[in-house]
Write a protein that binds this ligand. Structure first.
Ligand code: HEM
Ligand SMILES: *[C@@H]1O[C@H](CO)[C@@H](O)[C@H](O)[C@H]1NC(C)=O
Ligand SMILES: *[C@@H]1O[C@H](CO)[C@@H](O)[C@H](O)[C@H]1NC(C)=O
Ligand SMILES: CC(=O)N[C@H]1CO[C@H](CO)[C@@H](O)[C@@H]1O
Length: 342
């Protein structure tokens, strides 16, 4: 009950801010209920599969959220991050720790959806919906997302993947990195709160061990991390939870971590210190409702970044890992025909 009311509030919020000049949650070509007639059971199918996967492994939630971020930020939410093989984004450093279980789940959901409805729903729409449902399963806010995304034909370039922010960035660099993608400081502070779930590998935070010149980290926490990562042989085998308080629950405890100087990355910890972000990060620590409201609005915005719509791109037919032109016997023209028939 409460959560469906929250959904309505976020929905109205998104609608009303779409009338404003600054934010446009409904990108041209996307619409609410895009698949209502072409795939009426879409929401249900996605939610069922995400629920089952979450019961087996709560790590599916952070895994999906990070995949969405890594898809949308470099060149838009076009499922390009899912493509495999030569030149794929998965081979780039920031993507090396995307979880294969979540990549597989997205494709399993695509297969189930296409079995029920025919090949009318893109991997990009499925990724956005599955991420939303996984966040809710982990305790986070729900929100409505407009649909109608199409899948990209090729991976983002190395240069674009390189625009993803790094964990050693300071706040001004983070703000600029987000601004370059039309994301605001409020988007930065709230979306960083996704680090309230999930885990990281030692190479992502080994710049914060003693004798670190970084005075912003709790020295005991820093020592513990260092001791834990001493066992990281071969490198990348040890994991550390992002939120030491409630590692698997999507809540506002991440901002408590920052106040206690136990943010894992420099990029996290800075948010509670810098003049441009401190007020909001503190507010989110004190008021989970305020965090959830901003986070949901920012997720809708991120899910709509530079989407392909209409006749752009394609609906991947065989696998979310493979563009149609790489599959023998399937042509992109057939795909357009199929979609037009539906
Ligand atoms: C603000 C700049 C950001 C930086 C510098 C950053 C950096 C990182 C790094 C280095 C990791 C750990 C990777 C590893 O070692 O395995 C990570 C994990 C994660 N990030 Fe971020 N991130 C940022 C923003 C975001 C945003 C906007 C989201 C989504 C809304 C997000 C969601 C996640 C999640 C859920 C994980 C855990 C993944 C898992 O458990 O598999 N991050 N991030
Ligand atoms: C890409 O994914 C497809 C479908 O799962 C698989 O058949 C193919 O072997 C994969 N290719 C590479 C290079 O991993
Ligand atoms: C940001 O917004 C401006 C103005 O709406 C637009 O011209 C520009 O292409 C956008 N940039 C990105 C990276 O989306
Ligand atoms: C999920 C995934 O495909 N990760 C890959 C990222 O890139 C490295 C190589 O650079 C691969 O080993 C990983 O499998």
């Amino acid at each position: 009950m409460a959560s469906s009311r929250a959904a309505v509030v976020v929905f109205l919020l998104a609608l009303s801010s779409s009338l404003g000049a600054s934010a446009a949650p409904v990108a041209p070509g996307l619409s609410w209920g895009f698949h209502d007639t072409s795939c009426p059971d879409l929401d249900h199918i996605v939610k069922y599969h995400v629920g089952e996967a979450f019961r087996r492994d709560v790590g599916i939630a952070p895994a999906l959220v990070r995949i969405l971020f890594h898809d949308c930020f470099p060149q838009g939410c076009d499922a390009s991050v899912l493509l495999n093989g030569t030149g794929s984004e998965l081979l780039e450093v920031p993507n090396q720790t995307l979880r294969p279980t979540a990549l597989k789940l997205i494709d399993d959901i695509r297969a189930a959806v296409h079995r029920f409805c025919g090949p009318v729903v893109s991997c990009a729409d499925i990724t956005a919906l599955a991420t939303r449902d996984a966040l809710v399963a982990a305790g986070g806010p729900t929100y409505e997302i407009p649909l109608g995304r199409r899948d990209g034909l090729a991976p983002a370039s190395k240069a674009l993947v390189g625009t993803l922010p790094a964990p050693f960035f300071d706040v001004p660099t983070l703000i600029k990195s987000f601004k370059d993608r039309n994301l605001t400081t409020a988007d930065l502070v709230s979306l960083s709160g996704a680090h309230t779930i999930g885990h990281s590998h030692c190479p992502s935070f080994n710049d914060r061990f003693p004798p670190s010149a970084d005075p912003t980290i709790d020295p005991d926490f820093s020592k513990k991390l260092q001791a834990k990562c001493a066992a990281d042989v071969p490198s990348g085998t040890v994991t550390q939870v992002n939120d030491v308080r409630t590692p698997d629950v999507f809540d506002n405890k991440y901002y408590f971590d920052l106040i206690a100087r136990q943010g894992l990355f420099k990029s996290d910890q800075g948010l509670i210190d810098h003049a441009d972000t401190k007020r909001m990060a503190t507010r989110f620590a004190l008021n989970q409702g305020a965090f959830f409201e901003q986070f949901a609005a920012s997720m809708v915005k991120m899910s709509n970044m530079d989407v392909l719509t209409g006749t752009q791109g394609e609906i991947r037919l065989i696998s979310c890992s493979v563009p149609n032109n790489r599959v023998s016997g399937v042509q992109t023209a057939d795909d357009e025909g199929l979609v037009a028939e539906m």
